[in-house]
Design a protein around this ligand. Structure first.
Ligand SMILES: [Zn+2]
Length: 681
């Protein structure tokens, strides 16, 4: 017996064998069982999803004679044994008239077809006209068809199939019962292929099936054809390497390795991976596309973990990777990836374009590249006074742009690594002396020292020793670094604020100024008066430094943390669980668990250190106690109360009363807004 291709050999012969079209199957089975059959069906869907197969099954249902020859014999479970069933399966049933509209578009063809409609079926119960690619018919053909389609003889059923229902005239659409067949998701294809190959006794690797499932792009027939090809290619085996070579697809593992290097912010490894990829001569544009696809899935994994598909058989890997990125980073990388794809046309070569895009992802990352620059970069108009500061601080190379933009404030606010010990600690305080740095810095987190003193002063100022004992010295350094990552994005050498310029002229003085400032910081009561700006943050910085953080204090100081974006959102859903002075545990509303990423925890920890609560921070999801509020709940409640007050005040207002009495006016409560903005959370 000659070899029969898989797609034909495994073409479903009953509704129950049909994969992935349950919605259509159910509607048709019910219609058949209840004898409520329409005379014209339209099946739409992409190639190879089962339109013709479905039509043939339906033809069998209508003509199977296993349960008798009369109309009672119509069944949703054709036997597959009787003459009619066998004839249909073998394609020689005279009353199933299959027409390929693509090759018979002319009106004469349609007329010829319709001339025969009136004659009774020769062999079966019904004459079934299966018109494939029906959208290819000419307008006059459609017109010729309309009358018959509306009122065909009782023994005729029309089954129309098309990949492009938009091209059908509305007059045709309105005469048919339309079923839209779905594209096959890769999961369904993989499951089906595994079943087929097992039955065929052909060895296969699951990852190879995933490659085939993706390549089939929603079409089961394509998947079967590709599998045929893969079997031939692999000499009777379906192996990953063979299939990848056959399809010319990129090994997905390379893409995951790139994303992993991104997660580790490991630029050398990124380049090494690209170099390794290059040996296989891949399509670099496709690499970037695949990366963007993975980033998309990471974003889905972060927001709606249960919605992550297993499209590459890598669901677990994706979920694990997702927890290593912040949501902002994923969005940013995706954006850069998409733009880099567009820029590829202009790049000198595709590999360069890919490498630049990958490096750009790291360079523009809000935290900047963590590896320190070995050589200091020159400052703009590098005065003799400036130069020593730069190498001393040389913490990160990303902020160098900030320095070259003539912003020594940013440069000097880096933690000087040369002298460990107390003098290092007040780096943030120094930062505060220079509002110029703020002007260029990220606008997002309001710095703690800008907060009204009232909130944070409540806890007694205490001696700052614990501040320095904890992770504080390193923590504040992280905050400024975030802030000068921004000037790198939009360096504005021209618009250097006057303050910064002054700093640039006489940095030495300032250094000493702040040094004077810093030294007495422990003794808040005797600050040097000259730096009036710096006095303000002092009580802030030391406030509550060794008092244990209780929940009330957490609520009070929440706004002064200056958190923004997703980090703020995460923190706003936390209550204080425990604080022993070294380790602070926050309990997170379980509904927000997906947000709980290391980067946010670190930012909260840094922000806490910034207001003098230097702790090792742990955020754990868990049921919240009922009697306490999270900052978000508190803000919501306050907002609701204020709204209620405003509504009540309006209702008491005599003028409003008068309007209501005189004109029957109504107060629409939802539009009432309290005069001042409620505290946000
Ligand atoms: Zn039968």
């Amino acid at each position: 017996m000659s070899y029969q291709v898989l797609a034909r050999k495994w073409r479903p012969r009953t509704f129950h064998e049909l994969v992935g079209q349950e919605h259509v199957q159910r509607a048709l089975v019910n219609a058949l069982d209840q004898g409520r059959l329409h005379h014209a069906y339209l099946f739409t869907g992409t190639r190879g999803v089962g339109k013709t197969t479905l039509a043939r099954i339906l033809a069998k249902c209508l003509n199977c004679t296993a349960k008798g020859h009369g109309d009672d014999g119509i069944t949703s479970t054709p036997c597959g044994e009787c003459d009619s069933c066998r004839a249909i399966d073998e394609g020689r049933f005279v009353d199933l008239i299959e027409v390929d509209a693509a090759s018979r578009t002319k009106v004469e063809d349609t007329r010829e077809l319709l001339d025969n409609v009136q004659y009774a079926p020769t062999q079966g119960r019904y004459k079934v006209y299966l018109i494939d690619e029906v959208h290819m018919l000419s307008t006059s053909s459609f017109n010729a068809l309309l009358k018959t389609l509306e009122e065909p003889p009782p023994h005729v059923k029309f089954l129309l199939a098309t990949t492009d229902p938009q091209k059908l005239p509305a007059t045709v659409l309105s005469r048919c019962l339309q079923f839209t067949l779905k594209n096959m998701p890769p999961e369904r294809i993989v499951t089906h292929l595994a079943k087929v190959l097992e039955a065929e006794g052909i060895g296969c690797e699951e990852s190879a099936l995933w490659l085939l499932g993706r390549a089939a792009d929603g079409s089961m027939r394509d998947a079967m054809s590709l599998t045929d090809q893969a079997i031939a290619f692999g000499q009777g085996q379906v192996r990953h390497a063979d299939v990848a070579a056959m399809l010319g697809t990129l090994d997905h593992r390379h893409v995951l390795a790139l994303v992993e290097a991104l997660a580790d912010v490991d630029a050398p490894r990124l380049l090494a991976e690209v170099a390794q990829l290059a040996e296989q001569g891949p399509d670099f544009a496709a690499v970037l596309d695949d990366m963007s696809a993975v980033l998309h899935r990471l974003a889905v994994a972060q927001m709606v973990p249960e919605a992550v598909d297993n499209g590459h058989g890598d669901r677990e890997t994706i979920l694990a990777l997702a927890s290593r990125f912040t949501a902002e980073d994923v969005q940013l990388y995706y954006q850069i990836g998409i733009q880099g794809r567009g820029d590829m046309a202009h790049a000198p070569d595709l590999r360069t374009a890919l490498e630049m895009t990958l490096l750009r992802m790291l360079a523009f990352r809000p935290q900047g590249v963590p590896q320190p620059a070995k050589t200091p970069l020159p400052l703009r108009g590098a005065g003799s006074g400036n130069t020593p500061a730069a190498p001393a601080s040389g913490a990160e190379d990303s902020p160098t742009d900030a320095r070259s933009a003539g912003n020594p404030a940013a440069a000097s606010s880096n933690q000087p690594p040369s002298e460990p010990g107390p003098p290092d600690e007040p780096a943030p305080a120094e930062h505060a002396v220079e509002p110029g740095a703020e002007a260029e810095g990220m606008p997002e987190p309001p710095p703690p020292w800008e907060e009204p003193a009232g909130e944070a002063v409540t806890p007694p100022p205490v001696d700052p020793a614990p501040v320095q004992a904890g992770p504080a010295p390193s923590a504040p350094a992280g905050l400024p670094s975030q802030e000068h990552a921004m000037p790198m994005v939009a360096p504005e050498p021209a618009s250097t604020p006057p303050c910064a310029t002054q700093q640039g002229i006489a940095p030495e003085e300032d250094e000493s100024d702040t040094a004077v400032l810093e030294a007495p910081e422990p003794a808040v009561e005797v600050p040097p008066v000259e730096a009036s700006i710096a006095i303000e943050p002092e009580p802030q910085a030391t406030a509550a430094s060794d008092a244990l953080l209780d929940h009330d204090h957490w609520l009070e100081s929440f706004d002064s943390l200056g958190l923004g974006g997703l980090t703020r959102n995460l923190a706003a859903h936390c209550v204080v669980e425990a604080d022993d002075g070294r380790r602070l545990t926050l309990r997170l509303d379980p509904s927000q668990e997906a947000m709980n990423a290391e980067i946010h925890v670190r930012r909260v920890q840094e922000a806490l250190a910034g207001i003098g609560i230097a702790r090792q921070l742990v955020i754990e999801a868990g049921e919240l106690p009922e009697q306490v509020e999270t900052p978000r709940q508190r803000a919501d409640r306050i907002a609701a109360e204020r709204h209620a007050e405003a509504v009540a005040a309006l209702q008491r207002d005599p003028h409003v009363r008068q309007l209501q009495d005189t004109f029957g006016a109504r107060l629409i409560e939802s539009t009432v807004k309290p005069a001042e903005a409620a505290p946000r959370a």
